[in-house]
Design a protein. Sequence first.
Length: 226
Amino acid sequence: MLSQRISSIFKKITYAALRAERNPEEIKLIAVSKSQPIDKIIEAADLGLRIFGESKVQEAKDKIDKLKNFNIEWHMIGHLQTNKVKNAVKFFEVIHSLDSEKLAVSINKEAEKINKIQRVLIQIKLSHEESKYGIGEDEVEKLIEKCKNLNNIKIEGLMTIPPYFDDPNAVRPYFSKLRQIRDFLAKKYPFIKELSMGMSHDFEVAIEEGATMVRIGTALFGQGIK
Ligand SMILES: *Cc1c(COP(=O)(O)O)cnc(C)c1O
């Protein structure tokens, strides 16, 4: 049952935080509802979940339209194409996938049109095996500097999608690497705080390594319909 899965995940989040001597309250659960039907989202929202993650703008738009009356904060966690930016800015509270100057300029432009300050995370690619998207570690500062002149974009942290390993401990070096990059950048750019990392099978390790947002789909909802 969904309610049991939710409480089990919160328990795991709490214990992982305590193992790392962290305050469990600083970790946000993002319920990844991509490929899940509306009913499931309503059920989860009724059970108290508030932040939902989607990875395709069109699919999200349809859901967000139908769920207007729910107090839901929507996060865009998938790769964002420039031609989808307008709707992404309209519908999402946070975009986790900023990975180029071009995208930053486009997000800023659309946000300016509707008088919004768009909250974003920079997606970093830490290895070749990883998802194709994300910017390299050595390009991050340049992107942050570029965004200084973009008044309708607010960078709040970093996100990564590490390669998949059956053993969640094998992912640990990627999570700790992202934290090190965050700690380094935060000295110069104190607004870089959030670490969006960890999915169903490795979120506990991600939390031990400093995650502030975990993106969990399958462990909450089971497999989606494709
Ligand atoms: C699908 C997805 C998730 C959730 O993955 P699960 O393994 O189902 O928890 C998290 N982050 C991103 C970027 C995703 O696309």
